[in-house]
Design a protein around this ligand. Structure first.
Ligand SMILES: *Cc1c(COP(=O)(O)O)cnc(C)c1O
Length: 394
């Protein structure tokens, strides 16, 4: 599709291939395999001499439409879809790294990503050093002769720290390494890491790309030469996106921009309200002037995003009281939904890491994270006010 179209247009139209029936909405191709016209065509399809679908572990027309649309939105040359966000990260690591290679990753990353790089890949001889992501110099200091990949997630979870993609890309490229950015929190509606020099973008499509908490999915985007390597791993090993999930997320992409704009605006309003509450010690949200990387966020992002966190005075007891008072917000660690969710990171998403590691990462006992949805902000405030008012510090 014409790449000159605006984001809004690409979101609803890019990638669509109509079948012989000329359907208006994208078709769902629920088939595991495809039939060939002849023995010769089967041979040509299998060898790759002729383009076309063979088997849905390799390619599927609904999945292809999703890949094309997301690539258009990220401004990427190519996209490969995966069964989940973690499958995207695993496939990227398996495709681009080998025993003896070294990775530098920001220490504030998604818990399973930390486990993958910190524990699982180590068994296969790939070692990872975790650094403070807000310091591009920390990445440079951690480089070794074997460093092949730098991995960041910005804004970070749950403290919403913002990392300088362009500066970290420069460090990576000077060392002959690649920069991979997990763009799950901002989505291409608010941030396009490839434009700042990142080599690959990762998505958990489970989150905002679907936007309605229905299915799991993931994607890897960037130059075709790199995504082709990821595709080779996927087609052989199988953590590919199902046609059904691709079809669901395709529809999610159509409303991505308006959802992100509305949920970001809600988050900004809620962050300002929280900052004014006497029982709240501190609010972390990139859209606030009080955020340490506010200026960088303004440069790199088209909005603060829909995730914020805050510290309640009175530690875990006070924080849990706020959670337990909630009647509207869902108590769940999931995010990216139109329904707001609240979680206590210290005892859930970051509960498995040691107390020292948690403290080093700034995950204090009074910290709560909210993924702000599309409810009226006044209703979210009312839901939080009860628990905050009963805090001993208020
Ligand atoms: C959820 C998440 C993932 C993992 O995605 P799944 O679809 O759950 O596998 C990776 N990175 C970030 C930032 C996430 O929030």
């Amino acid at each position: 599709m014409n790449e000159e179209f605006q984001f809004e247009t690409l979101a609803v139209r890019a990638g669509q291939e109509r079948s012989q029936f000329n359907e208006h909405s994208e078709a769902l191709y629920l088939t595991s395999s495809f039939v060939f016209a002849s023995a010769g065509q089967a041979a040509r399809r299998f060898s790759g001499e002729e383009e076309g679908n063979v088997y849905s572990r390799f390619t599927n027309p609904t999945v292809t439409m999703f890949q094309e649309r997301l690539a258009a939105l990220e401004g990427a040359e190519a996209c490969v879809a995966t069964a989940s966000g973690m499958a995207a990260i695993l496939a990227t690591a398996m495709a681009l790294l080998k025993a003896g290679d070294h990775v530098v990753a920001s220490q504030s990353i998604f818990g399973s990503t930390q486990q993958l790089f910190g524990n699982i890949l180590g068994k296969f001889g790939v070692l990872t050093t975790f650094v403070v992501g807000t310091e591009p110099a920390a990445f440079r200091a951690a480089l070794t002769a074997d460093t092949k990949l730098l991995f960041i997630e910005t804004p970070s979870n749950p403290l919403t720290e913002v990392f300088d993609i362009a500066a970290i890309a420069e460090v990576a490229h000077a060392a002959g390494a690649l920069l991979v950015v997990d763009n799950c929190f901002c989505t291409p509606a608010l941030q396009r890491p490839l434009a700042f020099g990142a080599d690959l973008v990762i998505h958990s499509a489970t989150k905002y790309l679907d936007g309605q908490g229905r299915v799991l999915g993931g994607a890897v985007l960037g130059k075709k030469a790199l995504t082709d390597e990821v595709f080779k791993f996927l087609r052989t090993t199988g953590p590919t996106l199902s046609a059904f999930n691709a079809w669901i997320i395709l529809k999610g992409l159509e409303t991505l921009k308006i959802r992100m704009a509305a949920q970001s605006a809600n988050a900004m309003q809620l962050a300002q309200w929280l900052e004014a509450q006497p029982s709240v010690e501190r609010v972390f949200y990139p859209g606030l002037a009080s955020h340490p990387q506010h200026a960088l966020a303004l440069r790199q992002q088209a909005g603060g995003g829909a995730i914020l966190s805050f510290v309640v005075k009175g530690g875990r007891e006070a924080a849990w009281r706020v959670v337990d008072h909630c009647k509207l917000l869902s108590i769940t660690a999931n995010l990216g939904d139109t329904k707001s969710t609240i979680t206590h990171p210290g005892s859930t998403t970051h509960g498995r890491i040691t107390a020292e590691a948690r403290a080093a990462a700034g995950i204090v006992e009074g910290l709560l994270r909210i993924a702000v949805g599309l409810e009226a902000v006044s209703d979210i405030e009312t839901d939080l006010a009860g628990g905050l008012a009963s805090s001993p510090a208020s």
